[in-house]
Design a protein around this ligand. Sequence first.
Ligand SMILES: [Zn+2]
Length: 380
Amino acid sequence: MSVRMLLFTLGTLVLGAQAAPAAAAERYYDANDFAYVRKIDAHVHLHGPSTLFMAQALRDNFRVLTINVDYPDFPPPAEQLKDAVSLREHYPGRVAFAGTFSVDGFPSAAWLEAAEASIENAREHGAVGIKIWKNIGMSLQDAPGHYVMLDDPHLEPVLALIESRHLVLLNHQAEPLNCWLPPERMTVRSDLEYFREHPQYYMYQHPEMPAHDAILAARDRALARHPHLKVDAVHLASLEWDVDKVADFLERFPDARVDVAARMVHLKYQAVQDRGRVRAFLVRYQDRILYGSDEAYGPGDADPQAVTEVHRDWLEDWRFLTGGATLHSPDFAAPFKGLQLPRSVVDKIYRTNAEALFPRAWAPALSLPRPAPVAAAGAH
Ligand SMILES: [Zn+2]
């Protein structure tokens, strides 16, 4: 008998000896595994050298995708690109980035030329995706009172370029639905506080501005025109309030991916009422969901406390997804239980889905920063 045959036979014997049903064979991570399991945070915003942030990411075994955004509170896109390129060089195999373009001058020919040059330039410097932000749909106007939507014909060449270059479109259109709701109907405290402090972004008080569903309908029309465009609809595709709505989006766009960045709180909120439904959603779409935190970190965050908070946020998300303990959120009163996803699902959400969507992003792969104590389990 050959060695291979012997192993096959032994394997059959071992499998045959397992009387328990398959579900009982599921294995789970716990809080102690956090630092040892290789993970990717596919949605952060790093500016400047981010030394403390990256040291924490290495300690917590995270690789990251830093996403540039055409956002007035961030440095100009060209400066963001410089920072991202520098971070990628400083942390080979650890940092990947997505570029962006400015909407200044939209929709002039000069704007389009500059936007296309930004995309090509980012790609040549190693970008694996291009971010289109919520200013499309919510703030950019091409005539008084006329908001530019993602399906605007002037954006068509940009989407076509992203597609032809095999870059991933990371699109963030609209806001959490809470933004369109009266305060008493808002589900989570952080949204309530944010819109109280930023009334200019609080759509409930601006009925003259586009409705949530109108922005997403335009987004969907644009995506439908580009079935081969690789899409990461960040923030749970702005359908965060109901996992069934996210599922519907994923069914309608069978190649699209979503990330959970800054929307984990909405999954926790839904887990209060129906943990099983949230868990079933993550299990069903386990190949199409990316972990992301939306942590933003810049030169103004040199206080070590800032990375302590990043670490705490990462750990809280890990506890919710991997463990089954009763948890509490500062965002709402009711307790909820962790989802205790199987290791196989956790590994996809935390790493392999991002590796598949951005295949060259973190090459060359680096070894673990320290030996894994649970190496015998083999799942890391
Ligand atoms: Zn973000």
